[in-house]
Design a protein around this ligand. Structure first.
Ligand code: ADP
Ligand code: MG
Length: 703
């Protein structure tokens, strides 16, 4: 490590103006431990410090504003912990309030009446009066002097930081101090070749300009450079990991396509595989024949037919004398997989068992034995498959369905179930936009089933509010009379199980009133039920004994009841897009016209409106995923948080996808020419890679 990088590793405490107490708060609130951490705390937006608002022009939707005016009066309200300070602040157009809840007496002393000041903060509207709480204040004099650049960064801050005077401006002050100190020590991390080719400014210029931009143009350059770097090193790490896996992890070559596979294909399969299914099977076949371990993700929208692909892959294992397992996230789903596959598996003379948390001890023992002796060919189940007691004679293929429910650590347990790690196939119905998939699953190979089996009718999707409830019930009756079945789903309220349960039960009672026995049979499944009871209720619905299934989102993943043709989603505004899409995918599985009815309140937030509108407009999982990504940002997309790799500071996977693709291409080029980064021109890259990514990557030599 050079002198320079030592400098950036200095604990933040030692920066002038920080000290132990502020350091502790910076650590706790923003994870800033070192000079480098602070340097990488980038402004999340910029304000034009030459631009001022008038009080009469304020709107509640404005972000931070600057106003020039005077404090005309100060008053204290409340007592004890509820004490607050209010200042009446005026400009020539109107008046508003400034409010402080903390440090009241200290702030009171510092406020000067009738002096011209600049107030900075986010205005909120309450009872027709605008106010700013804990504003930043500066005399107009000081403001004019401190105006280094017109564009000023706004830094993230929190209540606790503000209490230590580390609001945005306080942080900017520290940043200024830091930059003065480390200016000449900011190390370059990219080679000159790359910088030249892509016209990237130096790291130092980028850092200076991202914090104190000389102009908008400089800021744009700084962002471009820093985003490129961010994507580049993530991609580099991913690609290195992928190469590493391919080299190191020998697995079992499946060289035969034999009797089980062929017999099934010719005799048992009752439909023609779609082109996409065939293509994916071919990709998998190439992988497993190679001798290296397969680590493949199959993405396929709900209903695209992943299960049959999984089965055929397990037949490939059998043809090469290996066992296979299929793991699902819930008991209901595991059971359904088991029941759905059993007949086909037996028809080709193979043996399969189901192992879940509720498998009885005696049966469990039988299964363990049959697995170890090799009598069992396929094991289907839940997390129970991961237990140490579950030992195989010769596991060659592990399939994980609906991957987003599993953590990385859990998947890694599968690796240990044989001497060499088995091939791993992960199946997910959460469509992930390509750019994102590349970044999140950069270490997995990806196959996409992008075609639905023929003859599927589009699901007619409607958005309705409470005033349509009776006509909605009427419609359900008509459908049930035609012989169809109906789901009615209530949201899971994570913060309050009680509320959750109450909503569901109120709904259930009202449905029972409108759909009286014996003409109608209503099932209910919720999180408080014992799993046997859930299974039993679910089974009744699957068999067609009940007409309506009232449930919380337990049915979200994977259940297959082709006769169910209506999905009613209550309080649909409370669901995320990908969940709504998954739920809708529960219908439209049979030959009948299917419906999805999104019930919601009357008043909707703009986001909720957008979500429901998207659902009504499109059924394409990838379009929905794109919309979801735009709405929520990548950090929230299911399954990406756990990857831990998407801690992007600046880059936006949607808006900056061009830069991302470019960075990926360059990372590929660099590694192709210099896999170990030992060449002189890649010295800087190597150094940064080792510093930033080496440690982080250790854990993820698993998938
Ligand atoms: P998912 O991808 O959501 O897991 P499934 O595997 O449950 O989807 O398949 C949904 C339904 O489509 C099943 O009933 C399955 O038998 C049927 N299916 C799968 N592939 C085809 C195909 N190529 N042609 C016709 N039906 C198919
Ligand atoms: Mg499925």
């Amino acid at each position: 490590m050079s002198q320079n990088s030592h400098m950036l590793d200095t604990p933040i405490e030692f920066l002038k103006g920080v000290g132990p107490q502020r350091a502790e708060t910076l650590q706790k609130e923003l994870h800033i431990f070192s000079y480098r951490d602070l340097l990488e705390l980038y402004p999340f937006r910029y304000v034009d410090k030459t631009c001022f608002h008038k009080i009469s022009q304020l709107r509640p939707d404005l972000a931070d504003v600057q106003i020039v005016g005077k404090i005309v009066r100060i008053k204290e309200e409340g007592v004890g912990r509820k004490k607050r300070l209010k200042a009446i602040f005026e400009d020539e157009t109107s008046s508003m309030e400034l409010v402080w809840f903390k440090g009241v007496s200290w702030i009171k002393k510092s406020l000067k009446i009738q002096e011209e000041i600049v107030v900075f903060g986010k205005p909120t509207l309450f009872k027709r009066t605008f106010s700013i709480s804990h504003p930043e204040l500066e005399t107009l004099e000081a403001h004019k002097k401190s105006l280094v650049t017109a564009m000023q960064g706004v830094y993230p801050s929190t209540e606790k930081l503000v209490a230590k005077s580390l609001h945005s401006k306080g942080i900017a002050k520290l940043m200024h101090e830091l930059l003065v100190q480390v200016d000449s020590c900011i190390p370059e991390t990219l080679s000159l070749e790359i910088r030249k080719e892509y016209k990237l400014i130096s790291k130092r210029d980028a850092i200076l300009n991202v914090h104190f931009p000389k102009s908008e143009e400089f800021l744009a350059q700084a962002h471009r450079r820093l985003k490129f770097e961010e994507f580049f090193f993530i991609q580099l790490a991913m690609l290195k990991m992928k190469r590493h896996k391919k080299q190191v992890n020998l697995s079992y070559p499946f060289t035969n396509i034999g009797e089980h596979f062929n017999e099934f294909y010719k005799e048992q399969l009752s439909f023609e595989l779609t082109g996409a299914q065939k293509r994916v099977l071919k990709e998998i076949r190439m992988d497993v024949a190679s001798g290296k371990q397969m680590n493949r993700l199959v993405q396929g929208d709900v209903g695209s037919g992943k299960t049959i692909v999984a089965l055929m892959v397990m037949l490939m294992a059998k043809d090469n004398d290996f066992q296979a397992c299929l793991m699902a996230p819930t008991e209901i789903l595991a059971t359904q997989h088991f029941q759905g596959l059993q007949e086909m598996v037996e028809a080709v003379g193979m043996k399969m068992a189901l192992l879940t948390g509720s498998t009885k001890v005696a049966r469990r023992r039988e299964i363990h034995q049959a697995l170890e002796s090799g009598e069992l060919d396929i094991l289907v189940g839940t997390h129970a498959l991961l237990e140490d007691k579950v030992k195989y004679k010769n596991l060659g293929m592990a399939i994980v369905d609906e991957q987003h429910r599993f953590g990385v650590a859990q998947r890694s347990k599968m690796w240990k179930k044989n001497q060499r790690p088995p091939h791993i196939l992960v199946m997910t119905a959460t469509p992930i936009p390509r750019t994102l998939a590349m970044t999140v699953y950069g270490d997995l190979d990806i196959s996409v089933i992008d075609e639905l089996p023929p003859g599927r009718k589009p699901i007619s999707t409607l958005h309705r509010t409470d005033k349509h409830r009776l006509s909605m019930f009427h419609f359900l009756k008509q459908e049930i009379e035609k012989g169809r079945q109906v789901y009615i789903v209530y949201p899971l309220i994570e913060e309050s199980q009680t509320l959750d349960y109450k909503d569901l039960m109120d709904g259930y009672e009202s449905i029972c009133r409108h759909f009286p026995r014996p003409q109608f049979q209503v099932s209910v499944v919720h999180g408080r039920m014992k799993s046997e009871d859930k299974e039993a209720e679910m089974a009744r619905f699957v068999k067609g004994e009940t007409h309506i299934m009232v449930a919380t989102t337990v049915i979200e993943v994977g259940v297959n009841v082709p006769n169910a043709s209506v999905m009613v989603i209550e309080s649909s505004e409370r669901f995320g897009l990908s969940q709504l899409h998954q739920l809708r995918g529960r219908v439209g599985r049979g030959a009948e016209q299917s419906y999805c009815i999104l019930m919601s309140g009357h008043k909707l937030s703009p986001d909720a409106k957008f979500r429901l509108k998207t659902m009504v407009q499109t059924q394409n999982g990838f379009e929905i995923a794109d919309a979801d990504l735009k709405l929520r940002g990548p950090g929230d997309i299911m399954g990406t948080r756990q990857s831990g790799l998407l801690n992007l500071k600046l880059g936006d996977l949607v808006k900056d996808s061009k830069i991302l693709q470019y960075a990926r291409k360059i990372a590929i080029d660099v590694l192709e020419q210099d896999p170990d980064l030992t060449r002189d021109e890649n010295r800087l890259i190597y150094k940064e890679y080792m510093r930033a990514h080496h440690d982080k990557m250790q854990w993820s030599s698993i998938s």
